[in-house]
Write a protein that binds this ligand. Sequence first.
Ligand code: FES
Length: 132
Amino acid sequence: MAQQIGYSKKVMEHFMNPRNVGVIENADGYGKVGNPVCGDLMEIYIKVKDEKIDDIKFKTFGCGSAIATSSMVTEMAKGKDLDEAMKITRQDVADELEGLPPQKMHCSNLAADALHEAIKDYQSRKEGAGIK
Ligand code: FES
């Protein structure tokens, strides 16, 4: 019968019950990245308090792995210092999910990148450099 294509239980669990889905009104930082390979899109919103990620939400228009990685990255980043959250890599996210099938590794790029974009957005707003 249908063969499993190598998704870990954790990937399936986050895909079925994604954490922190939604939008934060008046977010302090916002990141949006698209995946040029498949055209999928991810958005991350953060609220920052004392230079820590106080709240984080995501919206992903993408495949199951993209949803699972976004869910995981929000869990990993919540409560972290901005510097630490900035250091979360796509590999960390994939490891935390107990691996992704090799053909799906590119999907994890979105989550870490969107998080980093949201932090950079917050920092540039703070410095006033974000005023265009
Ligand atoms: Fe597009 Fe996974 S196939 S992010």
